[in-house]
Unconditional design. Sequence first.
Length: 64
Amino acid sequence: MKHNVGNADHIFRIVAGRTIIATGIYIHSWWGAIGIIPLTTAAFRFCQAYFPFGLTTCKTDPAP
């Protein structure tokens, strides 16, 4: 599996996932479980929504 989540996107997903989970816990709602999705994509550095469109936020080295 090739990575398609870059560094800035990776950090944003971690912060967003933690925030969603913390908010869910704070307001006693199961909607906080949605925070698992950005945390999982950050952990594996692979976003399934990017894949069909060929998107990537990773920096690529130019071909020589």
